[in-house]
Design a protein around this ligand. Sequence first.
Ligand code: SF4
Length: 168
Amino acid sequence: MAGSTTASDLCTQCGLCCSGALFDFGPLTAEEVPQAQDNGLAVLAEAGKFGFAQPCPALDGAHCRIYSGRPQTCRTFRCKVLRAVEAEDMTIGEAHSIIARTVAAADEARAQLPPGASFTEARRWRREAGAAHTLNAPPQLMVALGMLDLLLDQHFRKTSERQILPRE
Ligand code: SF4
């Protein structure tokens, strides 16, 4: 997603911003919709706004199959880890370590998902369990998802987007 060698190195071993781990969807402009459809993205439309569902079908390992034709949101997004490295607040070694741990946590949580289910659905089950005080999802999945969201909250999400840690 990014232009510098350092950024490319990080992004091509990560993919968390495309795999459904970090986001449910990406925004699209109306002008981007035809190309997104041609590229096989699952376009969403509601109340005159557009987006595409994640996990993104263009993600191949940690690489984008449609890199030169990817939507604008993919071109401009910078996660917190990347911005910290670019600002020299984090070493490249620390960033690689955080990414490796978080990708492993995402793999672990994905392995616990029922067939055909997504992180989005699993997070909805967790919210519903909190409201109803009953857990209708596999406990192992909730533990693995909690570990993933803790790492994403700590290192990747803006404070206002946190799923588990306080939004202060
Ligand atoms: S189009 Fe490419 S960069 Fe954008 S979400 Fe999909 S895989 Fe990631």
